[in-house]
Design a protein around this ligand. Sequence first.
Ligand code: E4P
Length: 217
Amino acid sequence: MKFFVDTADTKDIAELAATGLLDGVTTNPSLIHKSGRDFMDVTKEICGLVDGPVSAEVVALDHPTMMKEADILRKIADNVCIKVPLTIDGLKTCKALTSEGTMVNVTLCFSANQALLAAKAGATFVSPFVGRHDDNGFDGMALIEDIRLIYDNYDFGTEILVASVRHPIHVLQSAKIGADVMTAPPAVIRSLFNHVLTDKGIAGFLADWEKTGQKIG
Ligand code: E4P
């Protein structure tokens, strides 16, 4: 499963990229706002930090303006992936852009039928929001299972990008279901490293090493 980080904070992206586990980045208008940075500037910088896809979202709601915005965004770098909402105009834009070889991430997916539409429109990625689904009394991971089943039934090439990931269990379940990608905030990715027995093990080994009185090098 590929790991994307869901942030526009370049410090976090650079640090996680250095671990070698980062396959891409997702941003959205709220994350750009949180960064306090200029959209074009920060997107360009992020594209230089990772080799994989960097999702940059259009904000227009109509197809012609979405296309104009996408055209500006895709010129930023070769690894820009245009993010469009799961609407009729969004999917028209998806079809047009992917036919031209531009990567598209169809976002704000909340049902398996919507995911089916995104695949039929040729989306590179579809982003079902599991956390927001859970928040509203639905079962986010059941949605991922349904989409996996449907995509496998018809051999769709669209990658399932699990979004709105809130905790390590979402990551674990995504991997067990066979999602292609998950995108999570930096804090959730960092939490994956943690285990109380790892910390305890390090403390024990260091305590015993001290007793040897030795040094390496
Ligand atoms: C994904 O591309 C979205 O940016 C993101 O995962 C939304 O997550 P949230 O529900 O925590 O805002």
